[in-house]
Design a protein around this ligand. Structure first.
Ligand SMILES: Nc1ncnc2c1ncn2[C@@H]1O[C@H](COP(=O)(O)OP(=O)(O)OP(=O)(O)O)[C@@H](O)[C@H]1O
Ligand SMILES: [Mg+2]
Length: 323
């Protein structure tokens, strides 16, 4: 399949202070290959370099070194042509504060060369798509965070991009709004067959939306793969916490299907399994048969931080694989 985004050996340093004497190397040789129609996630903690990477790939920032190809165009030579075919939406987007939702969209529409009836129709459809009707005459400074994010997404579709960059599209939103926005992103990507590069801190978001995920840490991609592969690689699973009375037969627990690890502290048994929902019934049955009285069961998901800790520990052995 054709590559929509290809990056090779991207380095970026920021300079600050007198005469740029302070230097910070933020991207340290990034390689990426993203296929047409793929939703690709860049997952990383604060300061990892996500926004810098997105800014470079969307031609808003020039790297120190490296090659970029977007939709077959050269990222350094053909910036103008690329910008006609891509767009970007940020969770922290800023628009003109005193303009309304509609006015801001018209302003961008004009910048993208949309005129007259076509612009009117397009903006109307996007306002509808993102449920912004009620707020179309509200000025940007009076919008809630969720509405600002929707406006940013609406703006990013004005030029019908073939490649869409989403920089933390749900940052700062409450869970129910985040879920709605994720569902919308998924639907729109499918309908328009766009290539999407999305950055996030959120493992669940990456899992829900992305075909493949890259872990970015301190300017380096530690590994790339599907959510399933990454979890398997670090042998991380779901955490089942069981409060019990009586005894637990540890040998049986260790032999049970899907159990990766476990620990028992007092009356709390913590078990890491490959798939919590699938294994929960069996585990409870096994412990009950062994004589334990089950008091409380909770199922938690693997945390992004845990995965990162694992990657940071075993970077050498984990690098490069997983696709
Ligand atoms: N214009 C700039 N000048 C100097 N340093 C910068 C600049 N932009 C970013 N940085 C630094 O580069 C590093 C990477 O920043 P970046 O914003 O790309 O990270 P991020 O992964 O997007 O983080 P976050 O999750 O907080 O959005 C950070 O240490 C940041 O302080
Ligand atoms: Mg960022």
């Amino acid at each position: 399949m054709a590559l929509a985004i290809k990056a090779e050996g991207i380095f970026k340093t920021f300079r600050s202070g007198w005469w740029g004497r302070k230097q910070k190397l933020v991207l340290k040789g990034i390689d990426l290959q993203i296929e047409t129609g793929e939703i690709f996630g860049v997952l990383g903690p604060n300061g990892a370099g996500k926004t810098t990477l997105v800014s470079i790939l969307s031609t808003l920032l020039i790297p120190d070194q490296g090659k970029i190809q977007i939709l077959g165009f050269d990222g350094l030579q053909d910036g103008q042509r690329i910008r006609e075919k891509v767009n970007i939406s940020s969770g922290n987007a800023n628009f003109l504060w005193s303009l309304t939702v509609q006015e801001n969209l018209h302003l961008y529409g004009m910048l993208y060369g949309l005129t007259g009836h076509r612009r009117e129709e397009k903006i109307k459809a996007l306002i509808q798509l993102f449920n912004l009707e009620e707020h179309q005459d509200t000025t940007f400074d009076r919008l809630s965070t969720g509405m600002k994010q929707r406006l940013s997404l609406a703006k990013s579709l004005l030029n019908d991009p073939a490649v869409l960059f989403l920089d933390e599209p749900t940052v700062g939103l409450d869970p129910s709004v985040s879920i709605m926005i994720r569902e919308q992103i998924r639907m729109i990507q499918k309908e328009r067959e766009m290539t999407v590069l999305l950055t996030t801190h959120n493992m669940k978001e990456a899992e829900f939306l992305c075909h493949r995920i890259a872990f970015l840490k301190e300017g380096e991609i530690l590994t790339t793969g599907t959510a399933e592969t990454l979890k398997r690689m670090v042998r991380m699973g779901d955490l089942v916490k069981i409060e019990f009375k009586g005894t637990i037969l540890e040998d049986e627990l260790l032999r049970a299907d899907g159990v990766i690890n476990y620990g028992i502290t007092g009356n709390l048994c913590e078990i890491i399994v490959d798939d919590g929902e699938r294994r929960l019934g069996n585990l409870i049955a096994l412990l009950s048969q062994g004589g334990a009285q089950i008091k409380k069961v909770t199922l938690g998901q693997t945390d992004l931080e845990d995965v990162f800790i694992e990657f940071a520990k075993g970077t050498d052995s984990n690098m490069g694989g997983g696709d």
